[in-house]
Design a protein around this ligand. Structure first.
Ligand SMILES: Cc1ncc(COP(=O)(O)O)c(C=O)c1O
Length: 368
């Protein structure tokens, strides 16, 4: 699905130079590389604050904790989709919050704005929107709907782990809600060479909370100012690598979009690509197909790997069956889609021969 060696080879000289300099400096955590990357990334997204953390799941957990707090003045439910890999659900339960699942739109596989607004109530502590597969949820429409319903106090958290650089109506994912989270897992549109994550916001109160929570709740070294903190630092080596890769994020997103565009032109009958909107960044190329097992075997026989993002809805995970959750009876589209979604390789370092090989296989399937 992804050959990350190619990414390394492309940036080898710059990365080795930066990483060697970090190692030689003897300063491996909370140093200059992290400061530089958090400033650059905040500027890229268009927010005032970026706090680097250890991974995207921690980012969600800490963003939720900072936005909702440990009080239950406004209820304990968090509205979210059930098809987004389980990360937001995980973050919820780590905060003693209750996922309230709502349905998605079939064509984009993104959470349905209408369902979010119908579910929002006095019991809602927060809304997490996942910009899945590189597509972008219309956060402005959610916020407008909340305001109309007298619920504008509900914070909207954007999970941008699959949407670095994605836009909607010209606006950047990560700048639309109250607070947003990123993962820099290696396969992401902006990926580190290990784990990494970030919380971004222009709300100084939330930023102040996360800045304490990611390091034991410290207000200053060894002095705890907030409960609920822990260690979730990103190391300097990862920050230095991300600094090398960030300037090329937009152009590499363009390459992803061009590859997805080629795939789309080879399909349109039996296969339909999930469409995340004009500003989507093709994190994954996801198809909806009726005979998924046969399709995957067919592609494999033609040398093309496939994967499923994701095979189980959060609410149907066996290990989470006993945990509190709501909304599971209203997920008709999510349930109908879970057996149909199928991802095919789509990453900027694919060769044009590989892209054509995928197109040929897609065309043969369509013609059957
Ligand atoms: C949508 C989404 N949210 C959150 C995460 C969690 O990120 P991480 O793997 O860095 O914890 C991921 C990724 O893997 C993701 O795809």
């Amino acid at each position: 699905m992804n050959d990350l060696k190619r990414l390394y080879q492309r940036y080898e000289t710059a990365i080795e130079c930066e990483v060697t300099s970090i190692l030689r400096s003897g300063w491996w955590l909370n140093g200059v590389a992290g400061k530089r990357f958090s400033a650059n990334f905040a500027a890229f997204i268009g927010v005032s604050d970026c706090i680097l953390v250890a991974n995207g799941t921690d980012a969600l957990e800490l963003a939720l904790r900072s936005a909702v707090g440990l009080n239950d003045e406004h209820g304990r439910e968090v509205i979210m989709a059930a098809n987004a890999g389980g990360y937001a659900s995980c973050a919820c339960w780590h905060n003693d919050l209750i996922p309230h699942y709502v349905d998605i739109e079939q064509g984009s596989q993104l959470v349905s704005v209408r369902s979010v607004l119908e579910a929002a109530s006095a019991e809602t502590a927060a809304i997490v929107v996942t910009h899945l597969y590189g597509g972008v949820v219309d956060v402005r429409a959610i916020r407008a709907g909340l305001a109309e319903g007298g619920l504008s106090h509900i914070p909207v958290i954007e999970d941008c782990a699959q949407a670095h650089g994605a836009r909607i109506h010209g606006e950047m994912a990560g700048s639309l809600g109250d607070i947003a989270t990123f993962s820099f897992y290696p396969t992401k549109n902006l990926g580190a060479m290990g784990d990494g994550g970030a919380v971004v916001t222009s709300n100084p109160r939330f930023a102040g909370h996360v800045r304490q929570l990611y390091q034991y709740g410290w207000s200053s070294k060894y002095y705890v100012g907030l409960p609920g903190g822990r260690n979730s630092r990103m190391d300097e080596v990862q920050a230095a690598i991300l600094n090398v890769l960030l300037p090329d994020l937009n152009s590499r997103n363009e390459q992803r979009r061009a590859i997805l565009g080629r795939f789309k032109s080879a399909t349109g009958g039996r296969l339909k690509f999930v469409d995340g909107g004009d500003g989507a960044v093709a994190h994954l190329a996801v198809l909806l197909c009726d005979d998924r097992d046969a399709f995957r075997t067919f592609m494999k026989e033609r040398g093309v790997d496939t994967d499923v993002h994701y095979p189980v809805l959060d609410c149907d995970q066996i290990g989470w069956a006993a945990l509190p959750m709501k909304g599971t009876e209203n997920l008709a589209i999510s349930r109908a889609s879970i057996s149909r979604v199928c991802s095919i390789p789509c990453y900027p370092d694919m060769t044009s021969d590989e892209v054509e090989q995928v197109c040929k296989a897609l065309g043969e399937w369509e013609a059957m």
